[in-house]
Design a binder for this molecule. Structure first.
Ligand code: ZN
Length: 757
């Protein structure tokens, strides 16, 4: 069999498109599927078995391993997804009253249009359609008779599923008795279909638990839900009961009480974990099968009736009058995918009218009246090429993963932080592993864990360096017990120096345009700076010596555009507000918010240096941690030298304006969401704060304004719901220029267009 790694590049590649499953893997998968399905059929029909139990289990295990290495192979028809698993773990089969179809997929709006065109051709025009979020979970079939749950079954092959009714008792989200609203009659028979899933938080908790147990993390919520629901809890319960009974019968004469106790403890722990996981499963219904004593005319009506019977249905489903509405729904949730409490992998679109559904019918595998629009994947597999370390601004040494570039959630990712050595160990990743890589929306990329089954034996463990890769100094934790280790050579470690210079010039500090990472490296490499203290003393003559800051001209090397900009910017930056100076000092825990408070309360760097830590800690918004950090920072000689060098170069070290200037936004709380035209997020925040306003991260009734840019998040919906005045970028300018009253006049309050139902 081809090793999964054979297809992956050894070095960086320019473009890693979708993973292509090697032919040999696909062929072997097909063979195994046939072997397993045939054996299973013989088993169920009580024919002469084609395979021994051991042979069956071996084939099944190989199939599972193959699918773990190549999740692209997993289809709803794979035996791993349907009735029975390993023979010992098999469930009883249960036949669905009506067949459960799978859905055809559309991977682009073009494919969606092709589907819609076919419907229009068949019935004359595109009819109203209901759009539902496609929950990334496990499809199940539930049968209620006279209001009581009779069976809970997995989808299986669509006709026959696994009977997991026993487990339903541990899933509070599944009602075992219908609870109809007053006046609603309980149907004699009701077969409903839905999706069992984990909310994202639970999915993450369970994956952390898998890692702690030394197991592969689940690739996606669907696998997690399947693995959780398909557990033979009943078998474990009876095994446990037997051991307990045997223990009591044997009494003190037990030959090996320790072994039995250990087994009992293991079983108890397994049961506990299984029940706990089942308990956090959720259910959302999305279809109906056989029924007696209830009639429907539309899919949307079905959901309304199910809700009145006390069954869980989604509140996000919408009937759209035309295809444009459908596309709008798809685009909206493409952007707001992460505002939903569970993962979604797409949108299911169904013709709403049930009579039309009947007219359109189904192909052999899928109905023609529905389609699943799929969003691009957010978890992919890639090869972990190496684990390297980065030395940060404060000397912290951070391991990071260097991966074969992979396309995930719409962007190409090749690196992800691994935080620290114990995190590398916790995740259990080895260099050379195939790993699951996640990137949800604009969240930073994360290595979830290794695909243990894909290992070849050539992987090697990461060893945290003992010495700084940049300056050779022995690394150590700052305090005993710290998870992080640091390079203690703070003053002249090139890595730390580079990061500090970059930070000093950065947007949150002196905001020196043109002095980015490359410029910082050039200044240090070419010896124009010994440390960040020299920055403001840089002259045109200094930059003239640098390759980076000059260009060729008829009269020889002259300063380039960027050099002139940096010099002009440095000139201007000498007079930045005090809080920016404080941020630039790289005092631990002193970010923009603390710096503003310190600047306002103390008014100068000298006052800060001289402040008594106890007095400082008593200042509202400062506290002990910051007070100590400030005190420790000024106790270091070379830190004070930086301040003196800046003073000598004419940098303002005290607040220039008296702080009794106008603060028109005093007492005004603003929330900013989305991308604002003409403002960076930091810029908008700073502008509000400089006028005395408060910028908050969450919307509440106390919020005065929500400033909404393009692609706003859930905060926008919340603002609509609470009726908080909403401003666009132009409205923000009015708030800044003319104050809250003028802004209120141009604000909008809840159009309701995208509000929650
Ligand atoms: Zn170092």
């Amino acid at each position: 069999m081809t090793s999964p790694d054979d297809e992956l590049p050894d070095g960086a590649v320019a473009d890693a498109g979708p993973v292509v499953v090697p032919d040999e893997a696909r062929r072997r998968w097909q063979e195994l599927v046939e072997v397993v399905l045939q054996a299973r059929e013989r088993y169920y029909t009580h024919d002469a078995p084609t395979l021994s139990d051991e042979e069956y289990d071996a084939a099944f295990r190989e199939l599972e391993q193959l699918e773990a290495a190549w999740p692209e192979l997993v289809t709803a028809d794979s035996p791993t997804q349907s009735v029975g698993g390993r023979r010992a773990e098999m469930f009883e089969p249960v036949e669905h009253l009506e067949r459960m179809y799978s859905l055809d997929n559309a991977f682009s709006l073009d494919e969606l249009t092709v589907w819609a065109d076919r419907i229009s051709r068949d019935i004359g025009s595109f009819p109203p359609a209901i759009c539902e979020l496609k929950v990334d979970g496990l499809a199940v079939d539930l049968v209620f008779r006279d209001g009581r749950l009779r069976t809970l079954a997995t989808r299986g092959d669509g006709r026959v599923g696994e009977d997991v009714t026993h487990n339903a008792r541990y899933i509070p989200a599944i009602p075992t008795l219908l609870q109809p609203e007053p006046g609603v009659a309980v149907p004699r028979l009701l077969e409903v279909r839905g999706e069992i899933y984990f909310p994202i938080q639970e999915f993450e908790r369970i994956n952390a638990e898998q890692l702690d147990l030394g197991l592969s993390p689940f690739a996606n919520p669907r696998n997690t839900a399947a693995g959780t629901l398909r557990q033979r809890i009943d078998r474990r319960e009876s095994e446990l009961a037997e051991i307990q009974a045997a223990g009591r019968a044997a009494g003190k004469t037990a030959r090996s009480p320790d072994r039995s106790a250990a087994r009992q403890a293991r079983l108890l722990a397994e049961l506990d974990r299984a029940r706990q996981r089942l308990g956090s499963l959720r259910l959302v219904l999305h279809g109906i099968g056989a029924r007696d004593g209830v009639t429907f005319t539309a899919q949307s009506e079905t959901y309304a009736v199910l809700a009145r019977l006390g069954l869980p249905v989604s509140e996000r489903a919408r009937v759209c009058a035309d295809l444009a509405g459908v596309q709008e729904f798809i685009e909206f949730y493409g952007e707001h995918r992460h505002d939903v409490e569970h993962e979604i992998d797409g949108v299911v679109v169904k013709v709403d009218d049930l009579a039309l559904q009947g007219r359109l019918g189904a192909t052999s595998r899928a109905p023609r009246w529905a389609i699943a629009f799929k969003y691009p994947p957010e978890v992919v597999r890639t090869r972990l090429l190496d684990i390297r370390v980065n030395v940060g601004r404060t000397g912290r040494v951070t391991p990071f993963a260097l991966m074969a570039p992979a396309r995930v959630a719409g962007s190409t990712v090749a690196m992800a932080t691994l935080h620290n050595a114990s995190e590398v160990e916790r995740k259990g990743v080895l260099i050379g592993d195939t790993v699951f890589l996640r990137k949800a929306g604009d969240v930073i990329p994360e290595v979830i864990g290794p695909v243990v089954e894909a290992r070849t034996g050539d992987e090697r463990a990461f060893v945290m360096p003992t010495h700084c890769p940049e300056c050779g100094t022995a690394l150590r934790p700052e305090k005993a017990g710290d998870a992080d280790i640091r390079c203690p050579n703070a003053r002249s470690c090139p890595a730390q120096l580079r990061e500090r210079v970059f930070h000093v010039a950065g947007r949150g500090a002196f905001d020196v345009e043109g002095l980015g990472y490359k410029a910082a490296m050039a200044l240090l490499d070419e010896g124009l700076l010994t440390d960040e203290g020299d920055l403001f003393a840089l002259t045109a003559a200094d930059l003239q010596r640098s390759e980076f800051f000059t260009r060729d001209s008829p009269s020889g090397r002259i300063l380039n555009e960027n050099a002139r900009r940096v010099l002009a910017q440095l000139q201007e930056a000498r007079h930045r507000p005090l809080w920016r100076v404080l941020v630039a000092l790289s005092i631990r825990h002193v970010g923009p918010t603390a710096a503003r408070t310190l600047a306002r309360e103390l008014g100068s760097v000298d006052a800060l240096a001289a402040a008594d830590p106890a007095d400082l800690a008593a200042v509202d918004g400062v506290g002990e941690i910051i007070a100590d950090a400030v005190h420790e920072w000024f106790a270091v000689d070379w830190h004070r030298e930086i301040v003196e060098k800046w003073r000598a170069a004419g940098v303002d070290l005290a607040e220039q304006r008296a702080d009794d200037g106008p603060r028109p936004l005093q007492g005004v709380t603003v929330v900013i969401t989305g991308t604002l035209d003409g403002f960076s997020r930091d810029g908008a925040t700073a502008a509000v704060q400089e006028l005395g306003g408060k910028v908050s991260g969450s919307v509440s009734k106390k919020t005065d304004f929500v400033v909404v840019g393009d692609n706003p998040g859930s905060k926008y919906d919340k603002a609509l719901g609470l009726g908080v005045p909403i401003l666009d970028a132009a409205g923000l300018r009015i708030l800044l220029d003319r104050g809250p009253d003028a802004a209120r006049e141009v604000a909008t309050i809840g159009s309701g267009k995208q509000s929650a139902p």
